[in-house]
Ligand binder design. Structure first.
Ligand SMILES: NC(=O)c1ccc[n+]([C@@H]2O[C@H](COP(=O)([O-])OP(=O)(O)OC[C@H]3O[C@@H](n4cnc5c(N)ncnc54)[C@H](O)[C@@H]3O)[C@@H](O)[C@H]2O)c1
Length: 421
């Protein structure tokens, strides 16, 4: 009997390069390392089949190796067609972890890879954007009975899962890792803040100082991007649809205005909303010649690319990850990374130090789901507070930072109401 090959990568000869980079990232992931050491002793995931749809990066490799140390049988596929690091995929194959991911794969290959991961018959699903879970719920419903639970990494995925749950169609419990404080406070804000600027810099080599930058969306990612762009000397304008983050942006010192006004002023546009057609045809019609447009949100729908194409006379790739659209009126607009999340398309994604916390939450939540097998109804659950706090404690410890603890008197005071003025 011939076994079907359960992996598909670009080039196995890249493995050595990938291993060096995985080790380098591992040096910045002390919390994952501690969990890995405990998992190696306790084997809490012994024999558990995990299908993980995550960005194939050096940090994800460290997570996959940790799950494997815990006894899990892990298969990986990409959570975005353009985020895979081909050397990391090769290194993981060398370590015996099947990976289905090729940087630049087309949509058909992307879903073929997701299906290969589902053919692993997961007991745990791990997702970043909910493409794996939604495919399972649409086309592979027979697998749901065997699934203990799942985890979801990002804001957009959590929104999609809550919509499945609201429709009464979620088949098993899923923990919203994104909603842990030790995830979105740090990964979305400082991780995306730094790496989106990094991706745009690597793609274009622009000088940020003095540049007029429009950040669409002032959520966790938008706050980070706006702050880092400002730190590089850019003049930052924020656009929002929600009055509260819009007010926050005003009081953080940014100009806030509708995009229809900002599109005439901006030189670089960065979307981070989780929404669609945020930068639309009407905005392209008013942009300055030479405007650069990039997305850092999960899906490539935030920039209306078909609308841009409809306005263009010609298109050519002028640098890796930079497409020049020449409009009929003679203006040029530069779209970065095909509108896909620019930090992973043109750079290496978030720095390992911040993914250390996100993926510590992932590993501990997988352990939690296995422990809770059969006890949770199908729904979207928050990360247990003990896990969130533990990740924070371990991260501070790894930085050699100590903090105070409550005295008995303070604890009693904070638990009481009698004492006032
Ligand atoms: N690139 C990465 O590595 C990375 C990392 C984390 C999250 N993400 C993704 O980035 C996106 C944003 O995540 P977040 O955690 O910041 O979400 P969030 O919910 O904290 O913030 C999104 C903000 O966008 C605003 N918004 C929505 N529609 C808008 C519109 N049309 N114009 C202007 N503002 C609008 C919302 O009001 C909200 O304040 C999601 O798709 C998420 O999955 C990407």
């Amino acid at each position: 009997m011939t076994m079907k090959k359960n992996y598909d990568i670009k080039d196995p000869s890249l493995a050595e390069k990938g291993k060096l980079r995985i080790d380098w990232a591992g040096r910045e992931m002390p919390v994952i390392k501690l969990i890995q050491q405990r998992f190696a002793k306790e084997k809490p995931l012994k024999g558990i089949r995990i299908s993980a749809c995550l960005h194939i990066t050096t940090e994800t490799a460290n997570l996959a190796l940790t799950l494997r140390e815990g006894g899990a049988d892990v298969i990986l596929c990409a959570s975005n067609p353009l985020s895979t690091q081909d050397d990391v995929a090769a290194a993981l194959i060398d370590c015996g972890i099947p990976v289905n991911a090729i940087k630049g794969e087309d949509n058909e290959t992307y879903y073929k890879h997701i299906i290969t991961a589902l053919e692993h018959k997961p007991q745990i699903t791990m997702d970043d954007g909910a493409d794996l879970v939604s495919t399972l719920h649409k086309e592979y419903t027979e697998l749901a009975d065997g699934v203990i639970g799942g985890t979801e990494e990002t804001t957009t995925g959590v929104i999609r899962l809550r919509n499945i749950a609201r429709a009464g169609k979620l088949s098993y419990p899923i923990v919203a890792v994104n909603d842990a404080q030790t995830k979105h406070f740090f990964d979305n804000r400082y991780g995306t803040g730094q790496s989106a600027i990094d991706g745009i810099t690597r793609a274009t080599n622009i000088l940020w100082a003095g540049r007029k930058v429009v950040v669409c969306g002032y959520g966790w990612c938008g706050k980070g991007i706006a702050k880092r762009a400002q730190g590089m000397g850019a003049q930052v304008i924020v656009t929002e649809v929600d009055p509260i983050p819009a007010l926050e942006a005003v009081m953080d010192g940014f100009q806030v205005m509708p995009l229809i006004k900002a599109c005439r002023i901006g030189e670089v546009f960065i979307t981070a909303t989780g929404d669609m057609n945020v930068v639309d045809k009407v905005h392209f019609m008013h942009m300055k010649d030479g405007a650069i447009v990039a997305n850092s949100g999960h899906f490539n729908v935030e920039i209306n690319i078909p609308a841009l194409e409809s306005l263009a006379k010609s298109k050519r790739r002028v640098r890796p990850f930079v497409d020049e659209y020449k409009l009929r009126d003679g203006r040029h607009i530069y779209l970065l990374g095909e509108g896909r999340l620019i930090n992973l398309a043109a750079a290496e994604g978030h720095p390992a130090s911040v993914m250390d916390m996100s993926f510590a939450n992932q590993a501990l939540c997988v352990e939690y789901l296995v422990k809770m097998k059969g006890k949770l109804k199908p729904d979207v659950y928050p990360v247990p507070e003990e896990i969130d706090k533990e990740v924070g404690r371990l991260k501070l410890g790894s930085m050699n930072i100590a903090i105070d603890s409550l005295t008995a008197e303070q604890r009693q005071y904070l638990d009481s109401w009698e004492l006032g003025t």
